[in-house]
Design a protein around this ligand. Structure first.
Ligand code: TRP
Length: 466
């Protein structure tokens, strides 16, 4: 049996070179469309500051214990989530049905991958649009209007071929990034992407804060409008915490499987959660000052980035170049998330069939591309098709993954870590002192499971009630 701390305690897929690479990789997974595209607009929809408070509480009370559990299980098992859970269940003398955590994660992963690649493709299109604007002479074109930006967005979504082109580009980039393995593929992408991402983000914050409308931004973010926060908003805050931290589907478990034995997991997780939250806030500081400066309202839902912000860039001096950099930033953030979504399934197929990594990467790419066509068509050909209730195909996938599969996965992960995994395994992984152990038990045995269960039951109730 492989045990942490012993020389053979490594993963067959490769190991992160050091703990900083792991922290960057996991931060890359966490930071994505969830922070830059989803967080600002759902914060806007749910009352600003009040929503942020609930979101932060979910990160602290539910997100962090679950992430620590997930990374810990990964490092204790050193395999893909399915095999890790099989081994750990066996070691704990528990029923093999716990591998279901791995299966649930792989299914959620493929579903998220399929639509995430489509939306990531939009950022390429918009980076390209701003780049093109840079080279077209502004004197000739009529002054841009918000209605024109809205029209351009609608025309873009109505064109399946263009969406497919962007989606395909992103699938190809992701497959190429992941095919070469943990050290030659993932690490290389991460070492280049993450510093670029931080530099771009800080540069954009400086630009936006210096020219934008800060007073309106501060007022907007820190306005504690508790009345605007409904129960639905509370659910959205919890769902956002799961989605943005990449927990509940085995992505963090797989990254944990490559983590060197001597790294402190709680310390690393604290840094990751902090950086993830920081990026969400900084993204808000890029977006809102510019939006307010141009007298726009940040209430346009998913179109916030692609209509409102893009229009704001169009109306500003140097807006073309800044807009291009901004959408390039979002594309980079999406790429490092996509590779973490692919790794759990990929590592499982490699283990199961002893297959070549690049072949598996291409197969997953093709399958998720096909599935992604459903999301593409949700915005045009199939926009009036509602497989369930009022959901389009895309909205169904989004709801099913973020609100059902991820919380379900997170719930069982934290139950397994808190109640089933033998204490000596936990201690070997986390080496907790008496007080920390007590906190660990309270968090993983009570707070996180009960919290997720309450939220989850309410989601189901609401889902079925209407
Ligand atoms: N966290 C990423 C974001 O905020 C998305 C993501 C990557 C993810 N890997 C995941 C979400 C695993 C859930 C599970 O955009």
């Amino acid at each position: 049996m492989i045990q942490t701390g012993q020389p053979e305690d490594v993963s067959q897929h490769g190991m992160w070179r050091n703990r900083w690479i792991f922290i960057l990789a996991a931060t890359g997974s966490a930071v994505g469309l969830g922070n830059i595209w989803r967080f600002p607009y759902i914060t806007g929809e749910n009352g600003g500051g009040a929503f942020i408070v609930v979101y932060l509480a979910s990160v602290l009370l539910l997100g962090i214990p679950i992430m620590i559990s997930e990374v810990m299980l990964g490092r204790a098992g050193r395999h893909s989530p399915v095999l890790t859970m099989r081994r750990l269940a066996k070691r704990a003398g528990a029923h093999p049905v716990w591998v279901f955590i791995g299966w649930n994660g792989m299914i959620a992963g493929c579903l998220i991958l399929s639509y995430y690649e489509v939306i990531a493709g939009w950022t390429l299109n918009y980076a390209y649009n701003h780049l093109a604007a840079l080279f077209s002479s502004t004197a000739e074109s009529a002054p841009p209007t918000l209605a024109a930006a809205q029209g351009q967005w609608e025309a873009f979504l109505a064109d399946p071929w263009r969406l497919i082109l962007c989606q395909t580009l992103f699938v190809v980039i992701t497959v190429a990034a992941i095919a070469r393995g943990v050290n030659k593929g993932l690490e290389v992408v991460i070492i280049w992407s993450m510093p670029t991402l931080f530099i771009l983000l800080l540069g954009l914050v400086a630009y936006s804060v210096s020219i934008g409308d800060m007073a309106a931004t501060i007022d907007y973010i820190f306005r504690f409008n508790w009345d605007a926060l409904s129960i639905g908003g509370v659910l959205a805050a919890v769902g956002q915490a799961f989605f943005t931290l990449s927990i509940g589907m085995g992505a963090m478990m797989t990254y944990g499987a490559y983590l060197p034995a001597n790294t402190s997991i709680p310390g690393a997780v604290a840094v990751i959660a902090l950086l993830d939250t920081l990026v969400a806030v900084l993204a808000g500081l890029v977006i809102f000052p510019i939006v307010f400066l141009n007298g726009l309202a940040p209430v346009s839902g998913p179109g916030l980035l692609f209509v409102t912000l893009s229009h704001a860039f169009n109306s500003m001096a140097a807006g073309a170049i800044v807009g291009m950099l901004f959408f390039a930033l979002v594309a980079i953030a999406a790429l490092t998330s996509l590779i973490s979504l692919t790794e759990p399934v990929l590592s499982w197929l490699v283990e199961k069939y002893n297959a070549k990594r690049w072949r598996v990467a291409i197969s997953i790419g093709v399958i998720c591309w096909l599935l992604g066509l459903g999301t593409v068509f949700s915005f045009n050909e199939w926009q009036h098709w509602h497989p369930i209730g009022t959901f389009t195909f895309f909205e169904l996938l989004d709801y099913l993954t973020a609100n059902i599969l991820l919380p379900l996965g997170g719930f069982f992960i934290v139950i397994f870590a808190g109640w089933v995994l033998p204490e000596e395994v936990v201690q070997r992984q986390l080496a907790l002192g008496t007080n920390a152990l007590l906190c660990w038990r309270i968090a993983t045995r009570l707070i996180a499971p009960i919290g997720v269960l309450l939220i989850f039951s309410y989601t189901l109730y609401r889902g079925f009630a209407g």
